[in-house]
Design a protein around this ligand. Structure first.
Ligand code: DP6
Length: 371
């Protein structure tokens, strides 16, 4: 079995003075949810997600080797225990993002021992409005991890593609758990599952089994219900699964639901798909409501939308369903062949529940891309 130690490099064969890379990485939407974790960002249960196509982060990483010759030690170039980096968001310096990146670099330094040899300029932007309430941590951490792996590959060109992507996902995981599912593949599993070959707690893997044509170009329209700052961060929410009265049963349920999805992906049974996906969304929020302290991230309009989707589905038999992440926004999921009817329904009946009428049309995508 692969262990985290396998990703600690022994030595590099090449040296690189300076250069830059640019990667885009998408967001993803979980069908079976990751909620609860152990030390080192190890998930308490396996999860599976659709990779998105349009909601992404584009990050350029410029790097230049620091001069660490004895004559200049003590100069500004030598930063001791600190990593040396500038952070730009949409071209402007963004000090508020730096502590999160600093923490990320600390966590991954053991896997990338060259980090303190370079000064980095990280220039990042999102394709979705930053006030949309859409979490950019998954796409953002994945895009940064891809860039750092490109640099490691330049130092060690012999690295295999498998190692490159596994390690990119492992690094992304250490930035934000769900980010490890934003690296490669349309349907990505993260976390050990007895019946999914290659699944791992350390990194996300492409779902290895058959996927029915019903899921090809699957649509996700994200309804922006509330763009405000969340009252409780995901990190705190995960933590509240420790000593949670329903935690063990919930973790077991995630394994069972993933098991069911294996056959649903193969058969293309959308009625069964809907049952699992909606139950997962509501269970996630039920865990929040039954934590101590308890909290609610849904808003009245979240419930209005859920009820409208149920009514529409009952009346039309169109296989459209919802899922939620850790917030009030609603992801509306449906196959491509009903896209026209569902979009009409969204425009007629759901847009009124969105803040400033805003929604984002997305669909299943392939993962990170080197630009
Ligand atoms: C509800 O990945 O944001 O979206 O690992 O603390 O950064 P950290 O948490 P994060 O949690 C995401 C939780 C979720 C479900 C999911 O994406 O599986």
């Amino acid at each position: 079995m692969i262990s985290a130690k396998d990703f600690i490099p022994s030595k590099y064969t090449h040296s690189v003075e300076k250069g830059n890379f640019q990667w885009s990485a998408p967001s993803n939407i979980a069908l079976v949810k990751y909620w609860g974790k152990k030390d080192n960002q190890i998930p308490a249960n396996p999860s599976v997600s659709f990779t998105l196509n349009n909601c992404k982060t584009i990050t350029k990483l410029a790097f230049a080797k620091k001069d660490i010759s004895p004559e200049v030690s003590g100069s500004l170039n030598v930063t001791g225990n600190n990593f040396s980096f500038d952070l730009l968001f949409e071209g402007q310096p963004k000090e508020d993002f730096k502590p999160k990146i600093q923490k990320f670099l600390e966590r991954i330094e053991i896997y990338l021992p060259f980090l303190k040899d370079y000064h980095f300029t990280i220039d990042t932007e999102n394709t979705f409005p930053h006030s949309s309430g859409i979490a950019s941590s998954a796409s953002g951490m994945a895009a940064l991890a891809m860039n750092l792996m490109s640099l490691e590959k330049a130092l060690n060109p012999e690295m295999t593609e498998e190692y490159f992507y596994q390690k990119a996902s492992l690094l992304a995981r250490l930035g934000s758990g769900s980010a490890c599912r934003s690296v490669k593949g349309q349907v990505v599993v993260w976390g050990n599952h007895a019946n999914i070959t290659g699944s791992s707690d350390l990194f996300g893997v492409e779902f290895p089994n058959a996927i029915h044509a019903n899921f090809k170009n699957f649509q996700d329209t994200i309804l922006l219900v509330d763009k405000g700052e969340k009252q409780v961060s995901s990190t705190i929410g995960h933590d509240l699964m420790h000593n949670h009265p329903f935690a063990e049963r919930r973790f077991a349920q995630a394994h069972e639901n993933l098991d069911q999805l294996i056959s649903i992906f193969e058969s293309g049974n959308l009625d069964e798909f809907i049952k699992i996906v909606e139950s997962e969304a509501l269970t996630l929020h039920a865990m929040m409501m039954t934590s101590m302290p308890y909290f609610i991230l849904m808003k009245p309009n979240t419930l209005e939308i859920i009820n409208a989707i149920w009514k529409f589905r009952n009346e039309t038999k169109i296989p459209v369903c919802f899922t939620l992440d850790a917030g009030a926004n609603v992801h509306v999921l449906y196959p491509q062949n009903v896209a026209e009817k569902v979009l009409q329904f969204i425009k007629n009946e759901l847009v009124g529940y969105c803040q400033n009428g805003q929604y984002i049309c997305d669909e299943i995508g392939n993962g990170a891309v080197l630009i």
